[in-house]
Write a protein that binds this ligand. Structure first.
Ligand SMILES: [Zn+2]
Length: 95
């Protein structure tokens, strides 16, 4: 049996977050303070300079650029991007 919190995590919509650095817009969902799901589309990938540079250097795909990570964290802290299960881990919990 799954609780309502699990159901909420599974069905919560992803919300648009714009990278403050490059302007790329992705869809993000923050399950906990530590766990973020990010969905890049072609436009966002093309817009993100940092992601481009990393891909050319290493041929690896970054999940998101550092400024995007900051933008998502800022959105979470300001409440624009709700953290679905905020009790699962707080920012600054270094354990
Ligand atoms: Zn970026």
């Amino acid at each position: 049996m799954t609780g309502p919190a699990d159901e909420r995590l599974r069905t919560a919509p992803m919300l648009p977050v714009r990278c403050g650095q490059c302007g790329a817009q992705v869809l993000a969902r923050k399950s906990t303070w530590a766990q973020t799901s990010v969905q890049w589309n072609a436009d966002a990938t093309a817009a993100c300079v940092e992601r481009h540079a990393a891909a050319e250097l290493s041929r690896a795909t970054l999940r998101y650029c550092t400024s995007m990570r900051e933008s998502i964290l800022t959105a979470a802290q300001s409440g624009d991007l709700p953290v679905l299960d905020p009790e699962a881990g707080r920012p600054g919990d270094e354990s």
